[in-house]
Design a protein around this ligand. Structure first.
Ligand code: AMP
Length: 428
């Protein structure tokens, strides 16, 4: 027997119909379209414009943009090389977006750039529910704005996207990370706090204690989370300007009636994250509770080669986790794209007529389906139902002779007869 192939674990196919495999449901392509279109619609309301960047990027961009010490760069990159050039499949889209902004001199277009993106990302993680090797992110970047309203606007569009699906169980956590000037003092304070506790820390956290102690705060280990409760808090170390910015962000969120909780231990573990950090959680995701993470990164552009600092703020969100949250809140999405009309043809002559007519109506802008197997009336009617057709046109030998077809409204079951040349107008 010849070998058949399977998709790589941690990736999945999206099919016309939803399916479940290994306890994970993959929604239908129609559901994906629906979700993607909704997201684009809300992005348009908030005047974010799409940017599409390549699926692969130079390794160095991602290493710098995401940070050498992060899990993503140190162990999760899908990397390959050709000749002397090293590439990675993009694990996220902020570094590529800032690269494109700098490369195309978007700063010179005047004003502030409000970009959004949507597409696949790749991380070599251990596959589990809500955590895949190829997953889909959407996100925004507001580039060039230092104003606290920009931070709040990224939160507002994020929340509105989830709300537009009817989601209610959303928890927004925020914090301020201060800037690069107050960070060293906080790092030292964390090291002083954790060093005597080192024997109680995991190996990973012990390593982080030396390299990047802020990342210890990211731990998912319960015992460590308890230790963190007594740790020094970032808010006590931040400078006056950052504190003022933080107060402004909170004020703007309150003005927009967006509820939030302050989480003094929420960090985005990279050095060039500054000031605002936030996370959107859902209680329906189990171990992977985060729907989206965002914040300000005023130092990233310089890290990627800009001669000057370019303030920027944004978020990244996972579409698979959005689906999990929808499922958790019992929100059903359209599972099939509607068919306007299904033509049932009985007999050779009628099949020829249906084949030609279906194409004419398709060209005229209707969604038209018909049977390709010459099946019985009953089987074709079942197929019409499966297509979710709102109308069915029935043609057999008698109809061909009379030049009239039967039109059936599927919802009511009402039927009428109409001449061929009046069908299109009737169906529309
Ligand atoms: P991050 O770039 O790590 O802050 O991730 C932003 C968002 O992307 C997360 O909150 C998740 O919703 C989603 N995400 C990140 N990694 C994965 C993954 N491996 N599988 C599915 N979703 C992910």
């Amino acid at each position: 027997m010849s070998k058949t192939f399977q998709n790589i674990p941690g990736t999945f196919d999206i099919l016309p119909e939803a399916f479940t495999s290994d306890g994970t449901t993959v929604e239908s392509s129609a559901s994906w379209h629906y979700v993607e279109e909704r997201i684009r619609e809300v992005m348009a309301h908030y005047r974010f414009h799409e940017i599409r960047t390549p699926i692969f990027e130079p390794t160095e961009l991602i290493a710098r943009g995401v940070g050498e010490l992060t899990d993503i760069v140190s162990k999760e990159m899908f990397a390959f090389e050709r000749g002397d050039t090293h590439y990675v499949l993009r694990p996220e889209l902020t570094a590529p977006a800032i690269r494109a902004y700098l490369q195309h001199h978007l700063a010179q277009k005047g004003g502030i750039q409000k970009l959004y993106y949507m597409g696949p990302c790749f991380r070599a993680e251990k596959p589990q529910k809500g955590r895949y090797r190829q997953f889909h992110q959407f996100g925004v970047e507001i580039i060039g704005a230092i104003d606290a309203r920009a931070d709040a606007e990224t939160v507002a569009v994020l929340i509105q996207i989830y709300k537009s699906f009817g989601l209610k169980d959303l928890v927004l956590k925020i914090n301020s990370l201060g800037d690069e000037k107050c960070r060293p003092a906080y790092k030292t304070a964390l090291q002083e706090y954790f060093e005597p506790l080192a024997s109680k820390l995991s190996e990973t956290s012990r390593k982080r204690l030396k390299t990047n102690p802020l990342r210890i705060l990211d731990t998912k280990i319960e015992d460590e989370q308890e230790l963190i409760q007594g740790a020094p808090r970032l808010v006590d170390f931040i400078d006056d300007a950052s504190r003022e910015h933080y107060e402004d962000v909170k004020g703007h969120l309150t003005a927009l009636e967006i509820p939030f909780v302050e989480d003094p231990f929420l960090v985005r573990g990279l050095d060039y994250y500054t000031r605002t950090a936030y996370e959107l959680d859902s209680p329906h995701l189990g171990a992977q509770s985060t729907l989206a993470g965002g914040g300000r990164y005023d130092l990233l552009a310089q890290e990627l080669g800009s001669s000057e600092a370019i303030p920027a703020v944004g978020f990244a969100a996972g579409i698979e986790r959005l689906f999990l949250a929808l499922d958790g809140e019992g929100i059903a999405l359209p599972d099939a794209e509607q068919t306007d009309v299904y033509i049932i043809a009985l007999g050779d002559g009628a099949e020829k007529w249906a084949f030609k007519t279906a194409n004419e109506w398709r060209v005229a802008g209707l969604r038209v389906a018909f049977d390709l197997q010459g099946r019985s009336m009953k089987a074709q009617m079942r197929d019409a139902n499966r297509h979710g057709a709102s109308k069915v046109v029935i043609v057999g030998d008698d109809e061909l002779t009379s030049g009239k077809a039967i039109v059936r409204q599927m919802e009511t079951g009402d039927q009428e007869t109409a001449p061929f040349d009046g069908l299109l107008a009737l169906i529309r």
